[in-house]
Structure formats: C-alpha cells, structure tokens
Design a protein around this ligand. Structure first.
Ligand code: ARG
Ligand code: ZN
Length: 882
C-alpha cells in the first residue's frame, strides 16, 4: 500500500480549540447532486492561542464555496486536504458558511448521506457527518442544530430530521420544504436526515410528568402491516426507563425509520432513530420468535441511548463503551424484565463465551476502552458492547442495586449535556457509594479474559471448606503482563438436598449467615475459608455469571450432574449442563481425532432424559439446557481447533441421543404442538423452542426414518408462523432430495418480494450441513435473491457461511477461505465496514492445524498484497498478520 493508514491514540487527546455556538444546515436533495449549505458560529475557547487554526473534517464532497462573516474566501485563505480543511487565520468569533455538493446515489459505503430503496437516509456514527459537510466531526463538539430540507414533493413527500418540526411549506417546481429545530446540544454523529416516500404508524405516550409525546414509525408502504410489535416495544421501553431509571423522554416527538440498506443494527440519532428494517418489521408469518425478541431489545436499546449516549455522550471514540456498554446493560435489564430474566442471562452469556472470549484471545483483542485504533468502525465489537455491559453489571453487583442507582443519579446530575469518559462514570459510581473502584478500573484498560482457578478443600473434622482462588490473564497484543482484576465472585453452598446453606466466613467481622455471598477476589492468589460446613455440600460458584471470566475448578461429573438438577441459580443449572456436555464432547472430539470408537456415556443420556421430561421448568430453560454446546464454544476451549472433529462429535451425540430417546422426543414434541393464536409470551415462545429442539434431534434420524421426515415436511407446510416454518425448512435443507428442493422453491416463491424473509432463506442454505454447501452459496450469489450491495444479504449468505457453518467454511482444501478472500476483495472498494467485518474469521488462523492455518494466512496475505485496501480492511488484515 502507498500510505499506510495511521493509528489514532487515546493519549493524544486534546480538546477542540473552538466552541460551536450553533449550526444551520440546508439541504437541496437530488439523488446525484445534493447541495449542502452549512452555517456555523465558531468561537475560540479562552486561553487558546490566536495562532491556532480552525480545522474541519471533510471527505468525499466537492467544495463549492466558503465564506467567513459573509465575505467569500479564496484558495489563499485555506488549505483543502484529503481529510478536511484548515483555515490558518481566523478571528476569535466568526460565522463560517460552507457550500458543498455530494452524490448520495453513488454512496455504497452507507456512511453519510445515501439512498436506500430510493429514499434518502443518513448514518453518521462514528465519522459519517464529515461526508456531508466540513465540520469538527468529533463527539466532544456539541451544538444546536437547525435543518432545512428541500426536495421534490412527489418523490420525497416525507422530509425528516432531528428535533421538532418548526416549518413546512410548498415551493416552486414541485418542491417542498421542512425545517427542524433540535433544542438539545448534540455531537455530529447524532445528526440524521430522512427523505422519501414512506408511510407512518402513529401512537402517543404520556410521560411521567404528563407530557404527551408523538410516536411515529416510518416504513415503505408495503410494510405498513409490520409495525405493531416495534410500536408496542417502544411504549414498553419508555415506561420501563421511567420506572427503573427515572429517565423521561425530552422531545415532543420520537421517530423511527426502517431502511433495508444498513451497515449495523440501528442508530440512536436524536429524536430520529434509523433502523435496519430487520429490527422493526414483524408479523408472525414473516418473523420468528427471536426476531420479535430482538426487535424489542433493539428498539429499547436505541431509545435508552437518549439518556445514555445522547444527553450524556462520549468525549472521544475510545470512550465508546461509556454509552454502548451501559446501554447494552440497560437493554438486557429491560428484556429480562419483559420476558424471563434467567433465559435472557443465559443467552447473553452464551454469546459472550463463544464470541467475545474468542475476540479476547485473538489478534484483535483490545481493552473495553481501547488505546488506539486505525479505523474506529472496527471497534464496534463484542468487547466494547457485551464485555462493556458486563463491567456495568459487575459494578451493580459490587455496589448493590441501591448503590448503583445512586451512582447513576450522580452521573446524570454531574454530566448531563456533556461529553465524558468511562472514568467519569466510574468516579460517579465510587462517589455515590463510597466503594473503592480503583482496582476495578483495570477492567477498562486490560484486554483478555481472566482465568480463575478454584481448588476446594474440605476438612470434615473441622467442618471447614477452603476455596483456594488464583487468577491470571493471558497476554494480548501490546499487553504482555496483567495486573490482578477486582472480580466479584457470587457463590452459595448447597446442601445434599440442594438447599442453600448459611455461609460463615472465618475471620470475617461483617454479616454472617447469608445464603449467598459476593466475594471480592482482588489478589493473584487468595484463600477463603468457610466454617460450619456440613458433609456433602456442593459449591455453586460464579452464580448468574457474576464476572466475565473463565472459571476452572475441580468439580466432578457427579457434582455437575447435581448442580444441573438442583442449583437454585438458574444460570448455574444451565452452566453445569454445558460443562457436563462440553466435557463429554471434548473427550469425544479427542477420540475422533485419534480414530477411536465413539461411545456415549449412559449417565449423560439419563441426565438428558430427566431434563427432557421435566414438566415443571420453563420450557425455554429446558431447550437451552438440552441444546448441545455451540461449535464455537467447544472450539474456544481447544488448543488446536479441529472443526471437522467437533462436527463429527456433535453429530454423533445428536444422533445417539435421538436414537435412544426417540419416543421421549416424540412425546414432548406432540405435547408442545402449536395451539391457539400466535403470541410472544415466555410460555408460548418456550413451547416452540422446546418443540423445535425435539424436532432438531429427531431430524438426525431422517430422511432414513420416513415417519420423522414426514413430520418435518408436515411442520413446514402447515406451520402457521415463521418460527415453526423456518425451523422445519432448516432441517430439510440439510439434505439434497426432491422434498427439500421443493420446500426451498415453494418458500422462495411465496416470499420473494419480502427481503427479510429471503434473507432467512439464504441463511438457511448457507448453514446447511450439505457437503456441497459452498457450491450452493456461490450459485445463490448469482440469483436475484442476492445483492452484494445490501449488507443484510451479504451477512445472511456470505457471513452465515463463514461464521455459522464452521465445518464447511473450514473445508480442508481451503475452498472456504478462498471464497471469503474473493468476496472481501469485491466488497472492500465500495463498503469497507462490511468487508472488514466479514474478514474476521480468517484472523483466527493461528488456532488451527498447520494445513488450515497456512491456507488461512495465505488468504490474508493475498489481501494484504492488494494495492488499494480501505483503512478498515487494512487494520484487520495487518493485525491478523502481526
Ligand atoms: N450506536 C449504534 C448502536 O449501538 C451503532 C452504530 C454503529 N455504526 C457504525 N457504523 N459503526 O446502537
Ligand atoms: Zn448502541
């Protein structure tokens, strides 16, 4: 590459030398030639040198004119560089008017102003605003915006921006105008504009202080019947945020717009959230239970940003987790309260353990507050989001819920209207609660997943149980040595019948006799001694996953089986089942690799049967406990990953369990059969999950077992909701025969006009166990169902194949790697964000056998050798080869 993109460092942060008192924007929208006029009032901050130039970010636009206090500037007055404008001699206070032209139609990076299905929309986070006009595009520059939009009235009847609508009128030539005023100071990344032919579903919400807020969801006309669930979710989120956090909405209207072309999930622009249509649109016939639940959580997430992100924002992008970690925590708590808290917690942890832990042990490992980046878009990661949320949760655990809420109130009281740091957040927590979080701060600065090892020693004579706890953390790029973390370790001692025993810590002055305790683990090695501990107690550790760590402990399989059946912490019951199944599967993987005969231990099948036939427990929890550990979870625990052996071992267990428990699966399947109208209640969702789990196991016997095969076909053709239909189709698509081809064709013919359903159809085929899966994927890429410019389509076909179909992607001949390399090379020139995300699986090459790792590395090297790599892809590839 000619010039290597340079990193930005946290340590180099300097405040912006000017204040911006206001910003007036005017847009004349034309798909190919949009004119943007921006008028900003700048004022030099006190104590800033008069020599200090004005620097504005800007890219991908044509500068038409520039004037200062009404006087046009000439080329001598400023320098126009690739990355923006520099004006060396500016007065202390002045108004700068910039007129530029941009081409939204040609914008396939989907950053800045672009067109989606013929409608204008924007995505400015993190640094998209600089593609709209020249401006200090950084989150610590906050100002008040007014936005005037002019466009053809017929093509673009709806013209939206942030804040309140203050003017609306018709112009000459069939154009019309709207003007919006946002009374709140905001950074440029929260700016939004939408213009198009959209219909709108309206509702209202009365806030806790009695203000009426207009709620609007804008979609294309064909989707008008798919907004009810998002609207309901929004109203629930608004009420919940008042009750739980005391946060009230602050504008007169709140708008959501759904667009089909979107790089991420959704965006919290002030008063005008823009969503990937996937997280808005749902009807039972088109969306699955998980889609419904995801919509609730994403609508909540973006709404919650209004306080945690918008009112209080980030000083710089290294602080991204300030808003994302906190807001993910808030959306998790919301979903937990709306549905089942235990189920939600297990799902979160399952994703964290398989994906965030993998990130933490790979070449892209970074702290929750990174120290440097080449391209900030590469840092919208599981670490910043999900691990960041775990840090907030740990603070709540350490401070208690009241202490934590006091911390939140102090945080808001101190920082409303400001752009701040994660340190400011922790300081508010400390000051409000009196709890010292000095050591805790290392969670923000040290990357890597800590490993806790616990040795238990029981002394029957003295009735004492000692836990010998050691912690360590593996080296990560740039961080060879780690200091001990402050780890909250929640535990209980269960008596032989499963009841929690009162806890008595030796040499503790504090409260004794509690049934559950949070130990603060702070040293590299530490012992905790409990007294009055009777014979046969079992320790339940890291309850509710009280810290994002890997826990190892000398627990026997019998103890795991005991915990799986008796632990009163639902998370730990699930965790025990995963540890048990995980241990067995890893043993089997080992046997596969050694070419030994595979046998399934009877105790596993029995434990499985007991759970399956349990009619008391929430069926969602059963379905989670009965699901085999994810391939990625198993992979993460292997020294050298063998995707083929993992696949073979899992398939063996799946088949063996199906053979031995066929009748039980049939009984439960029939018991959970669909009845009554579709509802997204925990009970109904749980029934469907358990039913489809049974069908998934039974499918291991088909198509040889014709009765089972017919059952799957039957569910496919008579299923009354997308959850059941797509579950059946997924099982059919694992085979190549007349029935499955017919099912795939029928499904496509029914839904080809609905892009979100077509995505499911693509995803199902990309996940297929068929050996010729890659061939199918490549074939599908050439059909009208696919579109390389649409991120959802790319993710559901290419992304799913490369990240969700490990055994086929890692085919030993390297065909999967070569495929991914070609797609990344095709996409990078027009959409770097998507290319950089897609390439991630190749970065894990050091974890595989010599043949695979050489092929994966080679694919990365071929990418690196290209002359024109985006900064996004460059950063990923070069970190992967470091
Ligand atoms: N703030 C958004 C959210 O978490 C994510 C937007 C990220 N966009 C991007 N291009 N990096 O809800
Ligand atoms: Zn967010």
């Amino acid at each position: 590459m000619a010039d290597k993109p340079q990193p930005t460092y946290l340590k180099d942060y300097v405040p912006y030398p000017f204040e911006v008192e206001r910003l007036d924007l005017e847009f004349d929208l034309e798909p190919h030639h949009t004119r943007v006029l921006s008028r900003a009032r700048y004022k030099r901050k006190e104590h800033v040198d008069v020599e200090e130039p004005l620097r504005l970010n800007g890219a991908g636009q044509t500068l038409l004119s520039l004037s200062l206090d009404g006087t046009p500037l000439t080329a001598l007055d400023y320098r126009c560089q690739d990355s923006g404008l520099v004006l060396p001699n500016v007065p202390n206070a002045f108004e700068l008017t910039v007129v530029t032209e941009i081409d939204p139609e040609a914008n396939k990076a989907l950053e800045g102003l672009y067109l989606s299905s013929g409608n204008f929309c924007t995505q400015c986070e993190a640094q998209g605003f600089r593609r709209i006009t020249y401006f200090p595009d950084r989150p610590d520059v906050m100002t008040r915006y007014t936005t005037t939009i002019r466009a053809d009235k017929q093509r673009f009847p709806v013209l939206l921006s942030n804040g309140n609508l203050v003017e609306q009128c018709d112009l000459d030539d069939g154009r019309h105008l709207t003007r919006w005023e946002d009374p709140f100071f905001k950074p440029s990344y929260l700016f939004a504009l939408v213009a198009g032919d959209l219909v709108c579903q309206e509702d209202a919400f009365t806030t806790m202080s009695g203000r009426e807020v207009l709620l609007q969801i804008y979609v294309e006309a064909r989707n008008a019947d798919k907004c009810d669930h998002a609207m309901l979710s929004l109203k629930k989120a608004m009420a919940w945020d008042e009750q739980r956090f005391g946060f009230e909405y602050d504008l007169d209207r709140f708008m959501i717009v759904a667009v089909d072309d979107f790089n991420m999930g959704a965006m919290e622009n002030k008063g005008l959230n823009v969503f990937n249509s996937k997280y808005v649109l749902a009807r039972p016939e088109t969306a699955t239970d998980d889609d419904f639940l995801n919509i609730e959580s994403v609508v909540g997430h973006e709404y919650f940003h209004n306080w945690t992100g918008n009112r209080i924002t980030c000083r710089d992008w290294f602080q991204l987790s300030l808003k994302e970690g906190l807001t993910v925590f808030r959306d998790q708590e919301f979903s937990a309260d709306m549905n089942s808290a235990a189920v939600k917690r297990i799902e979160e942890v399952r994703i964290l353990q398989s994906h965030q832990f993998a990130e933490d042990s790979g070449p892209m490992a970074h702290p929750v507050r990174p120290e440097s980046y080449v391209e900030i878009n590469n840092f919208y990661t599981m670490t910043v989001y999900s691990k960041g949320a775990e840090l907030i949760r740990m603070m709540q655990t350490l401070l208690g819920r009241d202490g934590f809420m006091a911390g939140i109130r102090l945080y808001v009281q101190r920082h409303d209207g400001q752009a701040v740091t994660t340190d400011d957040f922790v300081a508010a927590m400390e000051d409000a609660s009196g709890v010292d979080l000095d050591q805790f701060r290392r969670w923000y600065s040290q990357a890597g997943t800590p490993v806790i090892h616990v040795e238990q020693h029981y002394d029957g004579e003295r009735q004492q149980l000692t836990l010998d706890v050691t912690q360590s953390c593996p080296a990560t790029p740039g961080q060879p040595d780690k200091q001990p973390f402050h780890i909250p370790l929640r535990l209980a001692l269960l008596g032989p019948d499963g009841t929690p025993q009162p806890l008595h810590l030796v040499n503790e002055s504090g409260q004794q006799g509690a049934e559950e305790l949070v130990l603060s683990v702070t040293a590299a090695r530490q012992k905790f001694c409990f007294e009055q501990v009777g014979e046969g107690c079992v320790v339940s550790l890291l309850r509710d996953f009280s810290a994002p760590v890997k826990l190892t402990m000398n627990t026997s399989r019998d103890e795991l089986a005991f915990l799986m059946a008796h632990d009163n912490d639902a998370f730990n019951r699930w965790n025990a089942s995963q540890r048990l199944a995980g241990g067995l599967l890893l043993d089997l993987v080992d046997r596969v690799r050694k070419g030994q005969k595979l046998i399934l231990e009877p105790m596993f099948v029995e434990a499985f049967r007991t759970s399956l036939l349990d009619e008391q427990t929430d069926p969602s929890l059963l379905a989670l406990a009965l699901a085999l550990p994810l391939e990625s979870f198993l992979a993460e625990q292997m020294e050298e990953i063998d995707p083929q052996a993992i696949f073979t071992a899992r398939e063996f267990v799946r088949h063996e369990v199906a053979v031995q428990l066929k009748d039980d699966f049939l009984t439960v399947y029939r018991r959970c059969a669909d009845s009554g109208p579709y509802e997204v209640t925990p009970q109904a969702v749980g029934q469907r999950r358990l039913k489809n789990l049974c069908l998934g196991y039974l499918a291991a016997l088909a198509p040889q077992d014709n009765m089972i095969w017919q059952m799957i076909l039957e569910q496919f053709s008579t299923g009354r909701n997308m959850t059941d239909v797509s579950a059946a189709l997924g099982l059919l698509a694992d085979h190549d025969n007349r029935d499955s081809r017919h099912a795939l064709d029928t499904f496509y013919a029914t839904w080809k006009e609905d892009p979100l359903v077509v995505e499911k159809w693509l995803g199902i085929q990309a996940r297929s166990r068929r050996e010729d899966c890659l061939e199918q994927v490549e074939r599908l890429m050439g059909t009208p169902a696919f579109n390389l410019h649409n991120p959802n389509k790319v993710r559901s076909l290419i992304g799913v194949f490369c990240q969700g179909n490990s055994v086929r992607f890692h085919a030993a001949d390297g065909s999967g790697y070569d495929f991914l390399r070609r797609q990344v090379a095709l996409i990078d020139p027009f959409n770097p964000q998507i290319a950089a995300r897609l390439v991630a699986p190749l970065l894990r090459w050091p974890r595989y056998d010599d043949t695979r790792s050489a092929l994966m590395k080679q694919a990365l090297e071929q990418l690196q050798a290209k002359t024109t790599l985006s900064a996004d892809l460059y950063e990923m590839v070069s970190k992967g080869l470091d």
